[in-house]
Design a protein around this ligand. Structure first.
Ligand code: AMP
Length: 564
């Protein structure tokens, strides 16, 4: 067998990697596209040019230094999508701080864990949004805040935290108003900032992101300037972004989809970042695309489904759209086709990746044949290597499925403070083992066929839920479906399907079974079929199958047979 027949690809590229820090990229954007729009946050009435954004980031960076923060310190950010988020991202990078992006859905124990795990010295927090009382939760964890001198907090449960910076709202006692931070930076801090610019290295850590909660315990993925700036740049290049583009970003900033594929693609190509609102809202997204003439739109599959199915969808003029990205979870072919046809996103791409790889490793190209663009995650990204291996670590032949491993500039430094966990996923040759199951075809196009952890093992046979989901999704009454394993005394595991029907439809379990009959192997027909109104999802569009499994097992009293 020749090498060509093995599942190994390298993204040979003419264009070199960027050797810059994020701060240098911002300075370059301000010099090249100074008067062009950089950031539009509709709900806040913010419209800044690249020069304005750079000036504001410099001022905030000086203010952060004045709070006593030093190169390498961790600064947490806990908020939905607001202009201050992005300002903090760039200011932290300029001040040499490591931005710790905290999921706005986190609650007390998760916040405490995240802040302490990486030893945050400062926290920039929102005040409140809908039912989330962010500042109330900070106060609950650190009741000492109210009586503390701003910037000199000493709290028993958050021992490293010194400063709480509060955005949007009158600051509570002990906290510092976000808008007042820049004014704290004087000439000394400005000078320090200029000096830092010459010292910071692109291999310095710039960001810690906690991985999404699809599997349980969060880990702090530590990424450098070089990791994420380059990934943002090459993601943008795959969409052929230029300074004429305006990216609508309804995906969360705390996740790499927003902050890397959105913000860092924008800063390296001079595009505008357009935020439709703090949290995802399909109507606000459609309105924003129309009102701001967006040329690119991002989303996880469920967001695009919500936009396409919105009762007012047909009223919007989306003719400015050209491209965008669907990513984060398996992208149904049918939804991709509707995005191309009904949203005018003729150059839409699919991206695949994970936080630990900055995130993107595969992305379709705008000129890939439509069929490939909707049915695969595209080809390997420039400069990266990917191999698909079997359980023994051997590269499998093309077309055979195995674990996808990625190597190259994009692989994280480490899980913060967790050398053991890092070594479990990044091997001695610097391959990141993703835990995703994939195939590579002869031309290098990749399909994600499942997750190793999702595999259902029924009576010793491996069943891939993804394959069954794709099949059931073809039924016209079915809007969304999730297939997962539940405990079974006899087989170890049995399949269960949760189905959400299209508006106004009804369906019986027997109808689902009849649809499968003769079409898929009998062991792939789910033993349990339940109709639900919604799925437990993370904000980044990932179905939390471990929760579904628990619910069904409790409801049906299912137990695993005892084993040795
Ligand atoms: P995160 O670290 O939160 O970005 O999640 C990464 C995981 O999301 C990957 O390991 C995949 O399981 C999944 N994922 C991301 N993009 C895709 C995609 N295009 N198709 C299928 N799964 C995806």
């Amino acid at each position: 067998m020749t090498d060509l027949a093995l599942s190994y690809v390298h993204g040979a590229a003419d264009e070199p990697l960027l050797g810059q820090t994020i701060g240098q990229a911002l300075d370059r954007a301000a010099a090249a596209w100074g008067h062009r729009p950089a950031l539009i946050s509709r709900g806040q009435g913010v419209r800044w040019t690249w020069r304005e954004l750079r000036d504001r980031a410099d001022a905030l960076a000086a203010g952060l230094l004045a709070l006593g923060l030093r190169r390498g310190d961790r600064i947490g950010i806990w908020s939905l999508n607001r202009a201050e988020w992005t300002l903090t991202q760039f200011a932290a990078a300029k001040a040499g701080l490591i931005l710790v992006t905290i999921n706005p859905a986190y609650r007390l124990s998760e916040l405490e864990f995240a802040l302490n795990k990486v030893g945050c010295a400062a926290l920039v927090t929102a005040t409140a949004f809908k039912t989330s009382d962010y500042i109330g939760m900070v106060n609950a964890l650190a009741p000492e805040l109210a009586a503390s001198v701003p910037g000199r907090l000493s709290a028993a449960r958050l021992p490293d935290l010194r400063s709480v910076v509060q955005m949007g709202g009158p600051p509570v006692p002990g906290a510092i108003a976000f808008d007042e931070v820049p004014a704290r930076g004087g000439e000394a801090e400005r000078a320090e900032l200029r000096e830092l610019a010459g010292q910071l290295q692109f291999d310095d850590a710039a960001n810690i992101q906690f991985t999404s909660g699809t599997t349980g315990s969060p880990k702090g993925v530590t990424l450098t300037h070089h990791n994420i700036l380059n990934n943002g740049y090459f993601v943008g290049r795959a969409m052929r972004l230029t300074e004429a583009d305006r990216i609508c970003i309804p995906v969360p900033l705390y996740h790499c989809f927003g902050m890397v594929m959105g913000n860092l693609a924008a800063v390296t190509h001079g595009c505008a970042m357009v935020y439709p609102g703090e949290g995802f809202d399909p109507l606000a997204t459609l309105e924003t695309v129309q009102a701001e003439g967006c040329t690119a739109l991002y989303g996880v599959p469920t967001m695009f489904i919500a936009e396409l199915d919105h009762p007012e969808f047909a009223h919007f003029n989306l003719s400015t759209l050209r491209t965008g990205i669907m990513a984060g979870a398996p992208c149904p072919i049918e939804v991709m086709r509707r995005v191309v046809e009904r949203m005018n996103m003729r150059e839409v791409t699919i991206a695949y990746g994970m936080t630990e790889t900055s995130p993107v490793s595969f992305q379709s190209a705008t000129d890939d044949p439509l069929n490939r663009r909707v049915s695969t995650v595209g080809r390997v990204h420039p400069h990266l290597e990917v191999k698909i291996v079997d359980t023994e670590g051997r590269v499998v032949p093309r077309g055979q499925s195995g674990e996808l491993c990625t190597r190259g500039y994009s692989v994280m430094l480490s899980y913060w403070g967790d050398a053991g966990k890092t070594a479990e996923v990044v091997d001695g040759a610097r391959w990141m083992h993703t835990g995703d199951l994939a195939t590579l075809d002869e031309d290098g196009y990749c399909n994600i066929v499942g997750r190793i952890k999702d595999l259902v093992i029924r009576g010793g046979e491996n069943l891939a839920p993804r394959e069954i989901e794709e099949f059931l999704f073809r039924h016209p009454k079915i809007q969304e479906v999730q297939v997962f394993g539940v405990a079974d005394q006899r087989f170890g595991e049995e399949l269960c399907a949760w189905i959400r029907l299209r508006e106004g439809e009804t369906m019986s379990e027997d109808e689902v079974r009849a649809f499968c009959q003769g079409q898929i192997a009998h062991q792939k027909v789910p033993r349990y079929i339940q109709f639900v109104d919604e799925f437990p999802m993370t904000v980044t569009g990932k179905a939390q199958k471990f929760i579904m499994r628990r619910v069904v097992e409790e409801q049906l009293g299912l137990k695993r047979a005892e084993t040795a």
